[in-house]
Ligand binder design. Sequence first.
Ligand SMILES: CC(C)(COP(=O)(O)OP(=O)(O)OC[C@H]1O[C@@H](n2cnc3c(N)ncnc32)[C@H](O)[C@@H]1OP(=O)(O)O)[C@@H](O)C(=O)NCCC(=O)NCCS
Length: 381
Amino acid sequence: MTEANKSDLILSKGLDNIIVAETELSSVDGQNSVLTYRGINIHELAGRATYEEIVHLLWYGRLPSRAQLNELKGTLAAHRALPDDIIAMIRTFPRTALAIEVLRTVVSALAMYDPEAQAISPEATRRKAIRLTAQFPTIVAAFDRLRNGKEPIAPHPQLDHAANTLYMLTGTRPDPLHAQALDTYFVLLADHGLNASTFVARAVVSTLADLHSAITAALASLKGPLHGGANEATMRMFLEIGEVANVDGWIADAFAQKRKIMGFGHRIYRHGDPRVVHLQRLARELGEQAGDTRWYEMSLQVEKAVQSHRELYPNVDFFSAAVLYYLGIPLDLFTPMFACSRIAGWSAHVLEQYADNRLMRPQSVFIGPKENHFLPIEERG
Ligand SMILES: CC(C)(COP(=O)(O)OP(=O)(O)OC[C@H]1O[C@@H](n2cnc3c(N)ncnc32)[C@H](O)[C@@H]1OP(=O)(O)O)[C@@H](O)C(=O)NCCC(=O)NCCS
């Protein structure tokens, strides 16, 4: 029997409606626009839990006690620094490299410096997840500073994950609202069912490959504009539109040309993404604090204009664009910021996949010629 000739197999090009794993991590109810992390509604967590609490919830199954939280924070803070060789390597990268390419490459390289790189026990995988989660912002900030002719800044051991990320980028302690906004952004993006990059991470470790391999592949998948690249693409769209007054015309043209509007639509949420309301609030607060609500207002107007053409809802990347822009994050660091959060979910899914593994091996339908023959080179036309 040839591959996928069985009549009971169905063709699902985007794997729509195919279940390949069981998870206890997050549930994404697209009909009712509900997202939960281990059963806790995201609306209870956003603005109340910190990113480190969510990391604990995802990796250890429950929200931490104060002592557990302090221990996790201390461990993460202790692992933020990068090996000198890695910093030296980043110095050699072209300044024109994209930050997401740098992150993907450095994560792959870090495997060669990790004492447990090949180990796949839950304990070793959790320790590596801590190291990678702690190091992600350091990698991104080091590259951003070096390409701007500045030296990397050592992580600040007293600052929490989000605040330290902003600190390493700018060299100054962040404004409390900025730190809080990035922390909430990290909480909102930490996990999201079997999205493309998470699926990729699980597929990689289904071969019993290691965590660094899975995370490198997940980063490659996140990069695309249909996935994590949409936050940057959304901001580029806003910059191209330029003024709120230009929105309606710009969107009408885009629909006329059948262009996709970045930051809209979702494979699972058909009636709206529950994370949006929190990101919208953050964009407004940051805009008001900055005394410049243009990008917030443009977001609202784009949403209105899109919905006057078609029933499409903004997704997580839509209001993320204004949030990250108000935080002063360079455009090509938007997708790496998404990754700095999602590493928590990727690692948790890797742990789940190892615990109940089956090699992922879907099938394809062969649609080429039924019969063909070898021709010696001198007889080919
Ligand atoms: C996320 C996304 C890939 C989901 O796609 P999907 O589940 O495959 O949905 P489909 O492409 O089948 O969309 C259904 C219809 O809505 C349209 N549509 C979906 N998203 C759209 C968008 N952002 N702008 C304009 N039209 C859109 C499709 O063109 C399709 O139209 P049709 O029925 O006339 O052919 C898609 O909505 C998209 O490309 N969005 C923009 C990128 C983005 O924001 N990605 C981040 C996701 S969190």
